[in-house]
Design a protein around this ligand. Structure first.
Ligand code: SF4
Length: 359
């Protein structure tokens, strides 16, 4: 028996009209920011949306929450049609769906104390008041690794990592089922990133949360996601369970992205696939396969016929490429290969040899 998805998105599209003129504005074009996305998120699952800047991943996250209105398509959350909800129903929905923003400083009101920031959603949704409100604020702060006395402080008194913890606590206040994490660690130092990612993992396990995790850092995505959707120019080009995607990427764009992930061991065997040129404008995307202008495997068919997302292999991968079966994936560093393992082994051998020589 298959699990009913918590979120189900079908044919989701966002087109922004481009207007010219100061008084009598006329439409001169359309930016196709998101073009027909279809994906599900299961309860307790983390789906990562990855891709270069401008590929439409943040727009997708905001459309799911109805922070911006979609042009077409359907969004169903826990059986409800999100796009047809009225204001009251939308407010109830926001209790179940929350967002963590990229910039922890800009997303917090500098005039409110942390306690006031966390108390706002609790009061708005009628979840707590009086002594219960204070108890719940203390609980939220403890849950994200801060202390109860932090409630009296203002955002500027915290470091970037602490501010992101406050952002997480605010998202948790309404006890949501789904959180859209929009590049939640890309503004943080690497050491702090690891702490925040581990916190998100712990909270997911403890509270049974689902995440849509938007990121461009594939090393982070590898750590936190269950499935990964790779986006290019407003479309999903590959969607797969994390293990399959990192072990055997099928789409040439995914292969290029993975080949560029830095690895700590310079001696590790890997193939680099350079991406030629820039991403074409979403104002005028290329015909056929949108990736054909940068793809080393492009053929005549790619320039005229758009590839549909289709199942390839038997590991749950869907890929939008005419030649996904025949393109040989590059050598990607395996997930469990310990960094520096080879050099440590060589060092150990040298030490044993030196001891044997001196004795
Ligand atoms: Fe490359 Fe053609 Fe596949 Fe597009 S369909 S990714 S251009 S090989």
């Amino acid at each position: 028996m298959s699990i009913e998805p918590l979120l189900s998105v079908s044919g989701l599209t966002k087109h922004f009209p481009v207007k010219r003129g100061i008084v009598f504005q006329s439409a001169v074009g359309t930016v196709r920011a998101v073009d027909g996305l279809t994906f599900d998120v299961a309860p307790g699952e983390t789906l990562a949306l990855v891709g270069e800047s401008g590929c439409g991943k943040s727009t997708t996250g905001r459309m799911v929450l109805r922070l911006i209105e979609a042009t077409s398509g359907t969004i169903r959350f826990a059986g409800r049609d999100v796009r047809t909800l009225n204001r009251g129903a939308l407010r109830d929905l926001r209790r179940d769906m929350q967002i963590i923003f990229q910039d922890p400083y800009a997303s917090l009101n500098p005039r409110l104390t942390v306690g006031q920031t966390l108390g706002e959603p609790l009061r708005l949704h009628g979840l707590a008041s009086g002594a219960e409100l204070r108890r719940r604020i203390d609980e939220l702060l403890t849950e994200v690794g801060l202390s109860a006395w932090h409630a009296l402080r203002y955002p500027h008194e915290f470091s970037g990592g602490q501010r992101q913890r406050i952002g997480i606590a605010r998202a948790l206040a309404s006890q949501p089922k789904l959180i859209v994490c929009d590049e939640p660690v890309s503004a943080l130092d690497v050491s702090i990133q690891a702490q925040v990612i581990n916190l998100l993992q712990d909270l997911k396990r403890k509270l049974g949360l689902s995440y849509i995790f938007i990121a461009h850092d594939l090393a982070v995505v590898r750590h936190i996601s269950d499935r990964v959707a790779v986006m290019y120019l407003g479309k999903i080009v590959e969607l797969a369970p994390k293990r399959s995607l990192f072990a055997r990427p099928r789409h040439p764009y995914t292969q290029a992205l993975l080949s560029a992930v830095p690895v700590p061991d310079p001696a590790a065997q890997r193939t680099r696939i350079p991406l030629a040129g820039d991403v074409p404008s979403p104002l005028n995307p290329p015909p056929g396969c949108r990736f054909h202008t940068r793809c080393a495997h492009a053929q005549d068919r790619c320039r005229v016929e758009e590839p549909a997302l289709r199942a390839v292999g038997d590991e749950g991968q869907v890929v939008a490429c005419h030649y996904a079966e025949t393109i040989v994936p590059p050598i990607i560093v395996p997930e469990n290969e310990p960094p520096y393992a080879r050099r440590l082994a060589a060092l150990r051998k040298l030490t044993v040899a030196a001891k044997a020589y001196s004795s």
